[in-house]
Design a protein around this ligand. Structure first.
Ligand SMILES: Nc1ncnc2c1ncn2[C@@H]1O[C@H](COP(=O)(O)OP(=O)(O)OP(=O)(O)O)[C@@H](O)[C@H]1O
Length: 223
């Protein structure tokens, strides 16, 4: 498949610290893919490599020429602009889809209620929602989300789950990096478990076992 993101034999070291070791992994179109693992297991390093923020020590990362969006732990926007102005500016900067999609994102994240408020004055949860909406703005083929639920209230989490599931039906992929895989149980298609810089498990999540149970089993935490 041409639109698959591939890590082939990828290792990454920072001095003496081996963050990733001979990682083979594919991110395929049309999936909600959860990436889990203990602290320091290499998840952020993988995201950095995917975005070209750092280079592998060895191996190859292949990212097709498709739009990639992201929303990470620290929200990124212009604090001195309103919510609506932020969406407008980011849309223009990336030559994004039209106004209908922007309106849809405002509505999905409930941001229409705070559209005229300066982004820097929003509460933490609203800042997170703005950052998520900006991640979706260019209708990316791949969307990378690091703990997308942090700061969100329960109703917002439910709406985001439904939106993610619908978003991925159109051959788009969402990679969710999380310590709380159980919260994505309803929508996850594929699970990858990292530990100590290695892929310990990578596979589809079937009907007989939850992603959370599989995660605990892989790490030997299920007894
Ligand atoms: N810039 C860096 N310089 C030195 N070591 C680094 C650097 N970035 C990451 N590391 C090390 O690489 C290893 C993997 O870190 P990484 O941040 O990828 O893990 P993680 O799975 O995202 O962890 P967490 O769940 O705590 O966010 C860790 O041992 C970390 O200390």
């Amino acid at each position: 498949m041409t639109d698959t993101i591939r890590f082939e034999g990828v290792s990454k070291s920072y001095g003496d610290v081996v963050a990733l070791e001979s990682v083979d992994l594919e991110l395929r179109p049309g999936q909600v893919h959860c990436l889990v693992g203990p602290n320091g297991s290499g998840k952020t390093t993988l995201l950095d490599l995917l975005l070209g923020l750092t280079r592998p020590t060895s191996g190859t990362v292949t990212v097709p020429d498709v739009p990639v969006g992201c929303s990470f732990q620290s929200p990124t926007f212009y604090p001195g602009l309103t919510v609506a102005e932020n969406l407008d500016v980011f849309a223009r900067l990336s030559g994004c889809p039209g106004e209908d999609w922007r309106e849809r994102l405002l509505s999905v994240f409930g941001l229409d209620r705070v559209a005229d408020q300066l982004a820097g004055t929003l509460s933490g949860g609203w800042q997170k929602k703005l950052d998520l909406a900006l991640g979706f703005l260019k209708r990316p083929a791949y969307l990378l989300l690091d703990e997308p639920f942090s700061e969100l209230d329960d109703a917002s989490k439910r709406r985001l789950l439904d939106f993610l599931a619908a978003f991925c039906t159109d051959d788009r992929t969402v990679l969710v990096v999380t310590h709380h895989v159980g919260r994505f149980e309803d929508i996850v298609d594929r699970l990858t478990v990292f530990d100590g810089g290695n892929v310990r498990y990578d596979g589809a999540v079937g009907p007989d076992e939850t992603a959370h149970d599989r995660y605990l089993e892989v790490l030997g935490l299920d007894s």
